[in-house]
Design a protein around this ligand. Structure first.
Ligand SMILES: [Zn+2]
Ligand SMILES: [Zn+2]
Length: 335
């Protein structure tokens, strides 16, 4: 069964962190962290609808300019989420350029920025056409862990300690819909974008009696209609949704350990930093980072299915395999 999310690190493990997550059969992606983005093609960057930034140390936020540069001429909203103080960081970036020509742009590109606090979320809009001056309103919503809640997926966050607040993120599919291709073929139904509409109708919990129409490729039979429930019984195979978790820049404290294990519980794939070898755990502690062994043991305790480690210290350049081995040994319980 092909998964819905296809997460891949933006860069190599010694370079800036970031996880690019495109969605199957959709021109859409989500990005965790905003380090250097030059390894991503413009085509991929243009798919990004939401960016979730763990914290604004430079290696996690330096990609802002590249992202903005490519999206400037677009007719869309870009959603950016970050920790406390994030407005100041975004506004500082925007203040670095002259915007005297943008009021002539025909597109209505808007940056929608949210700042996550322990009890609430603050949101501001920065429209391109008004030179990214925020529209004067700060919207306040209660924070209960979720940053994005759509019929088919959600993004949650946990606030971790990295001497400053640092956010962990989790993207979760509500449930997975697979299409029975053999059944589709035997019913004489074509593959096509209508399958996405069909899946969305199921996610939106539309009534089983709703009539669902699908276009046919030949003129002889332009459309066929089914009751949504009947079509689902014929061609949809439902299974548990996919869970992808991203954790970086967190000290190995009692509080962080408990929070990470709970947050990453049973993930299909955990991406977690492993900045140092465990023999350098004193340095890791001083810099508020995890060691490879700590990362592997957290993954093991959280019961995740797959583990990828990243954000290696340059002191191990050329020796990525040593950090990977230490993390994997801890993950499989060998260490
Ligand atoms: Zn950091
Ligand atoms: Zn970092």
């Amino acid at each position: 069964m092909p998964p819905y999310f296809h997460p891949r690190p933006v860069n190599g493990p010694f370079e800036d962190p970031g996880l690019f997550i495109p969605f199957l059969f959709e021109k859409r992606a989500i990005l965790f962290d905003l380090g250097d983005l030059y390894s991503l093609s413009p085509k991929d960057i243009l798919k990004i609808s939401h960016v979730f930034v763990t914290h604004t140390h430079m290696d996690h936020f330096v990609g802002f300019d590249r992202l903005l540069r490519l999206l400037l001429g677009r007719d869309k909203n870009l959603f950016l989420c970050g920790p406390e103080g994030f407005f100041k960081n975004v506004e500082g970036k925007l203040a670095g350029y002259s915007w005297n020509l943008v009021q002539n742009y025909t597109n209505r590109f808007i940056l929608v920025v949210s700042e996550i606090h322990s009890k609430h979320i603050l949101t501001r809009h920065y429209p391109c056409r008004t030179q990214f001056e925020q529209d004067g309103q700060t919207r306040v919503t209660p924070f209960e862990g979720k940053l994005l809640d759509e019929p088919s997926l959600s993004v949650s966050t946990v606030i971790l300690d990295h001497k400053i607040p640092c956010l962990g993120f989790c993207l979760q599919e509500r449930f997975h819909i697979n299409i029975n291709k053999n059944r589709l073929e035997s019913m004489g139904l074509p593959m096509g974008p209508w399958l996405n509409d069909f899946k969305q109708a199921l996610y939106q919990k539309k009534s089983a009696d709703v009539i669902f129409e699908l276009p046919m490729p030949t003129d002889k039979e332009k459309k066929r209609s089914f009751k949504l429930g009947d079509l689902a019984n014929e061609i949809a195979i439902i299974s548990p949704g996919q869970k992808v978790t991203y954790i970086t820049d967190a000290v190995f404290s009692e509080k962080n350990i408990a929070a990470i294990i709970c947050f990453a519980k049973n993930s299909d794939h955990l991406f977690i930093e492993a900045s140092f070898l465990d023999k350098h755990r004193d340095i890791a502690e001083k810099k508020f980072h995890l060691t490879a062994l700590q990362a592997g043991s957290l993954a093991r305790k959280a019961g995740v299915k797959a583990l990828t480690v990243f954000h290696f210290s340059p002191r191990y350049a050329g020796n990525a395999h040593i950090l990977e081995k230490e993390a994997m040994d801890a993950f499989y319980g060998i260490l």
